[in-house]
Design a protein around this ligand. Structure first.
Ligand code: NAD
Length: 523
């Protein structure tokens, strides 16, 4: 039967000739249906196609560590306090009464998926997302990381001004003992106004192999000290400026390694972290908008079969945008402009008040409607796009409670117009922290999934292998999803969610929940 308990390892079983449970694996045979379209004499011809996949999921959940770059920032200190509060089952007083720790805002911990239809009642059976496949529980994650600021995590939490005093008092002692490791700081990459923070830094202001080796050693030490099976590293440090893409410097894996050896000034700290993680076989996720994954870094990840994901957490304004624009355009309403204003008063806002760092954010915020616009060839001519403007201003008074104002202007029937104005107060770090957790849980799960393909023409992959290095299944959590080179980017929020859910179902030999519900329509 179905149980919603989170302690149990397997809360349901699939009963199917295509699914086998062994002591340490779930093995499934899955038939993937697609439609292949070709153009013949000016006409589309659609051909149903099927590919058979074998999936294998290791069911042993590892002891997991998460290392954050920018651990002492608003996100880093908030997610740390949040995990401790949940682990200890804390509750505290606020002006609205008692508040209990929870994981609201986490896709994995806070949402459910439809498993199927109840055999007797014909009602939907929903289970917690976390129970779909064996996953790490966030309460069990060991946290560590780096910061260019040496404040301990209790002081960092005070500096962030995000959490209630009642909660801070309960976790303060434990967090005071957590101190970020010194990090790499190349001043040209983040705003000059961050310089005062930088009192916990490694020697050297340009990329070097010594930095790569030091980061690798830090990961190994953390793993050993905490007896971990696996570590995942996530960049939640300041937004950097874009690195220039230069032939011979960051275009290939070998050139990038050489550029690091030679201390080339266009190699950013985030790219040095990424390279260290790739060489160490540690998944690396970029939560900020800069182009950490220069082509050479992607090639290096592919070469080492190391997992990377990015870019830029999709938490507030953009998450709304990727749901709302999907709705409008798929409703046949012609969106003609989107104007997005933000003001925020936290250190992220301060860093983004410089042009080059703002530019990174502007780019990642601007491309999020492209796939939806391009798909609708009825409303938009080839190359036609809605006007789209993004403005960000630093306003210290509002602190971490970012204001996001959006106007969506659209053309409706017979020349009429629909104007939607949104005022979205995003408590930024409280929205981003659950995403940091989801990114880690999903990435970890995908390190345990292997697949093998047999297509209709008989071509088969020989051995089981892992997913492509670029983990595009993380897209739901990210503003500018990184995808394997040459593959389409999906920004639409609902599609991103169903991709993840349905791949996980495939691992259990279950078809996607298609929402056809013919069982309720044809008797
Ligand atoms: P923050 O400024 O509070 O924290 C960043 C931390 O990184 C600081 O403590 C800083 O000292 C540290 N840092 C800077 N350079 C470093 C380096 N080279 N190595 C180690 N540490 C370094 O910012 P935040 O609010 O926590 O946001 C973090 C990042 O996440 C930002 O880039 C932001 O744009 C991005 N982001 C946040 C949200 C959100 O909060 N909702 C959404 C999307 C993206």
């Amino acid at each position: 039967g179905v149980s919603s308990s989170t302690n149990q390892k397997v809360t349901f079983k699939v009963n199917s000739p295509n699914v086998e449970y062994t002591d340490n694996q779930i093995r499934s045979k899955y038939t993937y249906h697609t439609t292949e379209v070709s153009k013949v004499n000016g006409q589309y011809v659609a051909v149903p196609k099927e590919t058979k996949y074998n999936f294998s999921v290791d069911t042993k959940v590892p002891k997991l560590g998460m290392m954050l770059v920018g651990w002492g920032g608003n996100n880093g200190s908030t997610v740390t306090a949040g995990i401790i509060a949940n682990r200890r089952g804390l509750s505290w007083q606020t002006r609205r009464g008692e508040q209990k720790a929870n994981y609201y805002g986490s896709l994995i911990m806070g949402s459910t998926i439809k498993l199927g239809t109840d055999a007797e009642t014909r009602q939907d059976v929903n289970i917690p997302f976390h129970d779909l496949l064996p996953m790490v529980h966030p309460n069990d994650i060991v946290i560590g990381g780096w910061d260019i600021s040496k404040l301990n995590l209790a002081e960092a939490m005070d500096r962030a001004q995000v959490l209630e005093p009642g909660l801070k008092a309960l976790v303060g002692k434990e967090m005071a003992a957590m101190v970020p490791l010194p990090s790499i700081y190349y001043p040209d990459f983040i705003a000059a106004n961050q310089e005062k923070r930088a009192d916990n830094i490694l020697e050297g202001t340009k990329a070097s192999m010594a930095h790569v080796e030091k980061i690798r050693q830090d990961i190994r030490d953390f793993k050993a000290a905490n007896n971990l099976d696996r570590v995942i590293v996530q960049w939640t440090a300041n937004t950097e400026r874009f690195a220039d893409l230069i032939e011979g410097v960051n275009d290939t894996a070998d050139n990038l390694l050489k550029a690091i050896e030679n201390g080339h000034e266009e190699v950013s700290p985030s790219t040095v972290f990424a390279v260290a993680c790739i060489l160490e076989g540690t998944p690396f996720i970029n939560g900020s908008p800069q182009n950490t994954f220069v082509p050479g870094a992607i090639e290096l990840a592919e070469r080492h079969k190391a997992f990377v994901g990015g870019d830029d957490f999709k938490s507030g304004q953009t998450k709304m945008k990727s749901a709302l624009v999907d709705f409008l355009i798929n409703a046949g309403i012609k969106l003609t402009s989107v104007a997005s204003y933000n003001h925020l008063g936290n250190n992220d806002g301060k860093n983004l008040s410089e042009q080059r760092q703002f530019r990174s954010k502007e780019i990642s915020k601007s491309n999020v409607i492209d796939d939806m616009v391009e798909a609708n060839t009825v409303l938009y001519a080839p190359g036609e796009k809605p006007d789209h403007t993004v403005v960000i201003k630093y306003m210290p008074a509002v602190g971490d409670d970012k204001r996001a104002l959006d106007e969506y202007y659209a053309e409706i029937f017979l020349g009429g117009h629909q104007t939607i104005s949104l005022f979205n107060v995003c408590e930024d770090s409280l929205l981003a922290s659950p995403l940091i957790i989801d990114l880690v849980l999903i990435t970890e799960l995908f390190t345990r999934i292997q697949w093998k393909a047999v297509s209709t023409d008989g071509a088969a992959t020989k051995d089981f292998e892992g997913f492509h290095s670029v983990l595009s299944v993380l897209s739901y959590m990210l503003k500018a999803p990184l995808t394997p080179p040459g593959t389409p980017v999906v920004n639409a929020l609902a599609k991103q969610r169903s991709a993840l859910v349905n791949i996980m179902r495939g691992c259990l030999g279950l078809q996607p929940e298609s929402d056809m519900t013919l069982e309720h329509k044809l008797f």
